[in-house]
Design a protein around this ligand. Structure first.
Ligand code: ADP
Ligand code: MG
Length: 357
């Protein structure tokens, strides 16, 4: 099936982190308000379908403020963030945290257990070793082995009663880069709903959350880009009341001696994941989708699709670079009810169920 672009002529295109979003602006639609702000190192765009324009503008700026507050709380780039304070002190004695940071850490622990540490925010010692927040560096094998001794969320004690965090060892650290944007999107969406805006689209550099319907009363149109050429959409579908997260390595990486190393690390080996494709997760919340797209990127296609069989509420697909066709599509069986359309000029559906096992 070849996807026709004609419906989207007057659409607004967003090209962020491998996801292209198309908001139809056809006739007789409800009014929409769209605002964008640079937050957490990327662009956050919120569109609300409403006739209460002034109220929607106010609600969107409050939602941005909420995200900014969460960034001040969770950022590893801010030495004065609450998370940085936890990282500096939690090996000495338990550190009290705010309810929201504790919640984000509890989700982190949950997903680390669920994914057998493919997703593991206690990867901080490796992030530092590879200098992912700076110029980047390639460590020695011994350096990687030493850092690995300090990696793993099981080295972190979260006390549900006192909301304290304690590191069992020196040198342990947390990086919420793999879940923070998803968590922030869920909080922002909750706020918009509470303010009486049930139809909205929130796009946070690859993390998407869609509420209700689009400007013409239809589900929101989604387009996922070719991981090797982000101007090309290859997968298309409609979505409502779900979160969509794409993880890839093409956008954020370090470059050392002309070689690129992607920003997603395998916490089990200590090395950046070598995969030039992407994985997209469609899940019930943005926190789920964000954490799981990072985890599935680490697991890779074979292990990932096998793991997903245990979680039928999660829909996901890999886009795998393919020499002959450009990109190959490999997704979960439960995608069919989304009316997903794969651009056959660019993609092939070559793998059968049996081959993936
Ligand atoms: P993006 O930020 O592009 O949406 P991800 O959600 O996949 O990408 O998160 C990647 C970020 O998460 C990295 O930049 C790093 O801060 C952190 N990270 C890297 N590897 C892991 C991992 N295996 N588990 C959890 N977090 C990780
Ligand atoms: Mg993620």
């Amino acid at each position: 099936m070849i996807f026709m672009k004609r419906n989207f002529n007057r659409g607004v295109h967003f090209l962020l982190s491998g996801i292209i979003l198309l908001v139809g602006l056809g006739r007789a639609q409800a009014l929409s308000v769209s605002r964008a702000q640079y937050l957490m190192g990327t662009i956050c765009e919120i569109t609300v379908i409403t006739e209460r324009i002034g109220k929607a503008e106010m609600a969107i700026s409050k939602a941005f403020q909420e995200i900014l507050d969460l960034d001040r709380m969770m950022s590893s780039y801010r030495s004065d963030s609450e998370l940085s304070r936890v990282n500096a002190q939690a090996a000495t004695s338990p550190v009290s945290t705010s309810p929201r940071l504790f919640e984000a850490l509890s989700y982190s622990s949950h997903y680390a257990i669920l994914t057998q540490n493919a997703f593991d925010p206690a990867v901080e010692p490796l992030i530092q070793l590879w200098d992912f927040r700076g110029e980047g560096r390639v460590p020695t094998k011994q350096g990687v082995q030493e850092a690995l001794q300090k990696v793993g969320f099981e080295k972190i004690v979260l006390d549900d009663d006192s909301h304290t965090v304690f590191f069992r060892e020196n040198g342990v650290g947390i990086d919420l880069g793999g879940i923070g944007k998803g968590y922030a999107l869920d909080r922002a969406a909750l706020y918009l709903k509470k303010e009486g805006f049930p139809n909205a689209l929130l796009n946070f550099g690859g993390e998407i959350l869609v509420l209700g319907h689009g400007p013409e009363g239809e589900d929101w149109k989604m387009e996922v880009a070719d991981p090797q050429d982000r101007t090309q959409g290859v997968v298309f579908f409609y979505a409502t009341d779900v979160a969509i997260s794409t993880s890839g390595n093409s956008e954020r990486f370090i470059e050392v001696d002309g070689k690129r190393y992607g920003h997603i690390l395998d916490p089990r080996s200590g090395y950046p994941v070598k995969f030039n494709g992407s994985v997209t997760v469609i899940g019930p919340s943005a926190t789920d989708a964000d954490a799981l797209s990072t985890a599935l990127f680490v697991m890779g296609e074979k292990e990932g699709l096998k793991w997903l069989k245990k979680f039928p509420q999660i829909r996901a697909f890999y886009l795998v670079p393919d020499r002959s066709t450009g990109v190959r599509f490999a997704g979960t069986e439960n995608l069919s009810n989304l009316g997903i359309v794969v651009n056959s000029e660019k993609t092939t559906l070559t793998k059968t169920k049996e081959e993936i096992k």
